[in-house]
Design a protein around this ligand. Structure first.
Ligand code: KIV
Length: 275
């Protein structure tokens, strides 16, 4: 349990107790200032490896490194006080062995002081999840569409649209739940399957492009704010910031070019010496 002032930060066990209760509100953040805004409304702030695309303009999350995650994880911890901060483990930092996963997770937790980590994969990661949780690392799992596998799956297409695919995804969710994950992200999965998994597992499901029946929802902040050039079909736009930023920048550029900025209010007058 970590506290700062009078505000108690939510923990992974707090989120686990929300199964079947009030929906869990989660958004991504990679910066101190957006984390401060989210903290008033979100139960969980995810420092997602989507930062590779959102902050760095990468095509996929594959090139993201542990150092990149740690740097932004520290910023988000600095900006927030109440939400549980979960930091994504990037591709290559945990898949080789449970020991590799533990050493990477320890770095993330010590250097950011976040409350939990997230990793992608179902059955294949169950042994690792058990190893981590038994050693003090709370794990949020991630099944369905797992973007770090883009080079083997070939595209970011929705999962479970054919009933013949359901058993594999259901088994993945069941495996991470029995391994000790405190919650599981279900990404881009047909709604009836997400509903079925949510009813079947004892841990909260956090949907992204899944079902409103999930125990919570997550979106990439910049996607829902209208700042990302391309967004998946399942994203609802709650804001349209790109045109406002464009207009503010155009107004500034026009003022600079016309020497209308800085004005007297934005400059420092000389001190007048008393006689
Ligand atoms: O990296 C990320 O932002 C994520 C969410 C999309 C769940 O994993």
């Amino acid at each position: 349990m970590s506290t700062q002032g009078d505000i108690k930060r939510l923990t992974a066990p707090d989120i686990l107790t929300r199964k079947g209760g009030d929906p869990i509100v989660c958004l991504t953040s990679y910066h101190a200032h957006t984390a401060r805004i989210l903290d008033q409304h979100c139960d969980v702030i995810l420092v997602g490896d989507s930062l590779g695309m959102v902050m760095h303009g990468l095509e996929t999350t594959v090139p993201v490194t542990l150092d990149m995650m740690i740097l932004q994880g520290r910023a988000v911890m600095r900006g927030s006080q109440r939400a549980l901060v979960v930091v994504d483990m990037p591709f290559g930092s945990y898949e080789a062995s449970k020991e590799q996963a533990f050493m990477s997770a320890v770095r993330v937790m010590k250097e950011t002081q976040c409350g939990a980590i997230k990793l992608e994969g179902g059955k294949r990661m169950a042994e690792t999840i058990a190893f981590l949780t038994e050693r003090g690392v709370p794990v949020m799992a991630h099944v369905g569409l797992t973007p770090q596998s883009i080079n083997t799956i070939g595209s970011f297409r929705a999962q479970g649209r054919d009933e013949s695919d359901w058993a594999r995804i259901e088994d993945d969710a069941a495996a991470v739940a029995s391994a000790g994950a405190f919650s599981v992200v279900i990404e881009a999965v047909a709604e009836p399957l997400a509903k079925k998994i949510t009813a079947a597992v004892a841990i909260p499901t956090i949907g992204i492009g899944a079902s409103p029946a999930c125990d919570g929802q997550v979106l990439v902040l910049e996607d829902m704010l209208g700042l990302s050039p391309r967004v998946p079909k399942f994203v609802k736009r709650y804001g349209d910031l790109a045109p406002s930023i464009g207009k503010a920048v155009a107004d500034y550029a026009a003022d600079v070019r016309a020497r209308r900025f800085p004005t007297a209010e934005n400059t420092y007058p000389m001190r007048t010496k008393k006689p």
